[in-house]
Design a protein around this ligand. Structure first.
Ligand SMILES: [Zn+2]
Length: 83
């Protein structure tokens, strides 16, 4: 007699979709955003070209999309200054 395998139905906790955004520098969707609410800051990092930026105007309502927006703004700001 074959062993009967009990199929366990395990509820997985909802997987958090990693916040990955397109990089304005290299064009790859490799921007990762980490929010440190305790410190009121966030880091933006590209896993592809390793561009990095710290955003320090994080409030409890700030979401990663907002961080991304600030990052894009700053990115082009810096670029226009350098150019
Ligand atoms: Zn990049």
């Amino acid at each position: 007699m074959g062993r009967r395998r009990r199929q366990k139905v395990r509820r997985r906790p909802q997987k958090r979709i990693p916040d990955v955004y397109p990089c304005p520098d290299c064009g790859n969707t490799a921007i990762k955003i980490q929010i440190y609410r305790d410190n009121g800051m966030a880091t933006v990092k590209c896993g592809s070209c390793s561009i990095e930026m710290t955003i320090d105007d994080v409030n409890p309502l700030t979401e990663s999309v907002d961080i991304y927006g600030s990052f894009i703004d700053k990115f082009y700001e810096q670029r226009s200054v350098e150019a």
